[in-house]
Write a protein that binds this ligand. Sequence first.
Ligand SMILES: [Zn+2]
Length: 309
Amino acid sequence: MTVPGIIDAHMHYFDVEGFRETALAAGHENSAACWRKICRENGIVFAVAMGNTMDEPSFYGGVPPRLIDLAGPFDREHYNQPDDIGYCLGVMSEEIGEGQAEATAREFEPYLREPHCLGIKLYPGYNKVYANDRRHWPLFELARAYDVPVAIHCGDTARPQGLLKYSHPLNVDEAAVTFPDVTFVICHVGNPWILDACEVAAKDPNVALDLSGLLAGNVKPLLIYDDNRGYIRYLRTWLNYLGDYGRVMYGSDWPLVNIPAYIRFIAHTVPEEYHEDVFYRSALRIYKRIGPLLKAQNEGSPLPSYARK
Ligand SMILES: [Zn+2]
């Protein structure tokens, strides 16, 4: 595969027991050192981590964002996670009470002034709140003001307590139409509602897809090729129906999948002429803040400041 490097547009950088177990099942260890080794061995140059921490302080009477902590507790004043990882601010939608939506956006805004903060992440199936619920609107306005995307967990939920009616990718359509100048990312291609996810992206030009988490915990996806030929053909068929690989991003969902096996799986599924888009360029287009961070890393130039916005 000839790409300038791989950008993982969806992973987790969070220390929790459940992740430790699944990481072992996938042949990895949920640690900063393990991720570093994986990047070196697989040519991964940057990763987007979805915020998962639960106990951040509140400063404005709103609901604080979920952050990342695998390299130690998140330091709000000085970014202390790796320079080649950016993060999306996780939203605890179910906690946002009546009249708390604006205050929640105020909690989020200081993070968006820091270059490594790349976007906002919703978990509708787990929170039992629809993507386009009005309590999210001030966050969507914030995403518009800072020109960052809103990633949305779509499709199956990892726990039976989740509710699929909230996580179905069709729900992203309404948010995308209400906020046509905000980019929304349907995570996991809405798996298994791949057709629906691809149709929403085909209809709404401000919707992108990530291909993360389709083989969670499976260390032998090559076996899956034989058993699930139909699945791979289906995925490829609907990605081709969308017909715009510039809005399709490789993502893994690490530590939940084996990385070399997952890269092979996506490379096998996506036609070769689109590998550069899917493994690298699409992420630069959607998560616009990655480009300046990569440039700063390669040239030792100063980090961009969004504070003056
Ligand atoms: Zn994920």
